[in-house]
Design a protein around this ligand. Structure first.
Ligand code: PLP
Length: 402
């Protein structure tokens, strides 16, 4: 296996995966973005500005917290939580949006668009745009607007315009289509802040790099707090950005097991889950070649997840590469089990996790149960669950606030 620092290649390929499958109108903008990013990587001032924002505005480093009551509840290995939920705006998304907003400014572009599923990326983009004084339009599926009403209102309060998308499954995938359509018409003055490690090159690489702060901090914190690296690292996978950011710095530590958890939904039947790495086939979606949920004709399937942030038929190409090389193991967690993970963490530790994150929590609990007490399992606690309490109440036939 090639060391991962050599991927992607200049064409944006992670092994067989990735690349750039887009209309020609977008090629100059993607080339410009790749060149600008490369230049920014060699610019000490860019790095310093971003680091300063991450420290003083986002509140980094986020803690690595030893969840002792959750660990004894499972009765096995020690569980540690990387608390991305404590970031400003409540999830890992802000690490990427601030980086890309800085790139927007560097490129001299004056308008930002974004897509959002759970609303977390929309809020994080609206926040970064307010910080830099950039006008911002966020595309969001109507189904997600219903499920994530508090985030929709937050985006408006932050000065962004939210445009509802009524086509297809009215979720994240349709919002990305709409954002790409906008971008094709507006690319001269507009940057598209993509929210995960998906899309055409160079987005999967750029988003991974901005999110890698998660894994880098985890390595330093684990060494300082426990004297060595964790045995297992677990993260949930929607498009795959919190997982990629957590895993990437660990790739070159082969002794650390990496586990990505997709949304297992209601069953393994097509349309009932959002687990392309577990049940899908390689294909092209949103400009890159990666595992996708598709039918026999290669048409992208509708998918389902209890969580808006994982309700996506594709996955970042680097995850497909890590699956192919065997460096990361992928599995999935059903809707009902994610709710159990949510409950266990709430009641043992006093932390409401995002329902996306709860998939990883449940999986980590199962892994911890099978391991001796001297092993360490780190979970990326990608976001907080306040946005989900009303939806959880609805699913349980309860009314939030009563
Ligand atoms: C958006 C989101 C996810 C899923 O996106 P990834 O790109 O797979 O990380 C997971 N957790 C939270 C809290 C999110 O907001």
């Amino acid at each position: 296996m090639k060391p991962s620092s050599t991927v992607p290649d200049t064409a944006g390929r992670f092994g067989d995966f990735g690349g750039r499958y887009v209309p020609e109108t977008l090629t100059p903008a993607l080339d410009q973005l790749a060149a600008e990013y490369q230049e920014a990587c060699g610019d000490a001032e860019f790095k310093q500005t971003l680091d300063s924002l991450l420290n003083h505005y986002v509140g980094r480093p986020s803690p690595l917290y030893h969840a002792t009551r959750l660990s004894s509840h499972c009765g096995g290995a020690q569980i540690y939580l990387k608390r991305e939920d404590l970031n400003h705006t409540g999830a890992h998304k802000i690490n990427n949006t601030l980086g890309q907003a800085l790139l927007t400014r560097r490129m001299g572009k004056t308008r930002v668009i974004a897509e959002t599923g759970a609303g977390q990326h929309g809020v994080a983009t609206a926040t970064a745009c307010a910080h830099f004084g950039l006008p911002c339009v966020v595309y969001m599926g109507e189904e997600d607007i219903r499920r994530q009403a508090p985030n929709v209102y937050s985006m408006k309060l932050l000065g962004a315009e939210v445009r509802g998308v009524d086509s297809g499954s009215r979720t994240l995938r349709d919002a990305i289509n709409e954002a790409m359509r906008d971008w094709m018409a507006s690319v001269k003055d507009t940057h598209y802040i993509l929210g995960s490690v998906v899309g055409p090159h160079p987005f999967p690489m750029i988003v991974r790099d901005f999110q890698s702060v998660i894994g880098k901090e985890t390595i330093i914190q684990s060494q300082a707090q426990t004297g060595n690296l964790p045995d297992v690292v677990v993260a949930c996978v929607g498009g795959g950005s919190n997982a990629a950011g957590m895993f990437f710095p660990f790739i070159e530590h082969p002794e650390v097991e990496l586990v990505g958890i997709e949304a297992g939904g209601r069953s393994e039947d097509p349309g009932e889950h959002a687990s392309p790495l577990t049940y899908g086939q390689p294909g092209v979606l949103h400009g890159s070649y990666s595992y996708v949920m598709q039918d026999g004709d290669g048409q992208t399937c509708d998918v389902h997840s209890i969580s808006a942030g994982l309700d996506y038929p594709g996955v970042g190409p680097e995850h497909s590469y890590w699956k192919a090389t065997g460096r990361v193991r992928y599995d999935c967690c059903r809707d009902q089990d994610a709710l159990k993970g949510f409950d266990s963490l709430a009641k043992t530790e006093g932390i409401l996790a995002a329902i996306e994150t709860s998939h990883a929590i449940w999986a980590a609990m199962q892994i911890a149960r099978e391991r001796p007490a001297d092993q360490k399992v780190v979970v990326c606690l990608s976001g907080r669950g306040d946005k989900d309490t009303a939806e959880i109440a609805r699913l349980r036939g309860e009314v939030a606030g009563q």
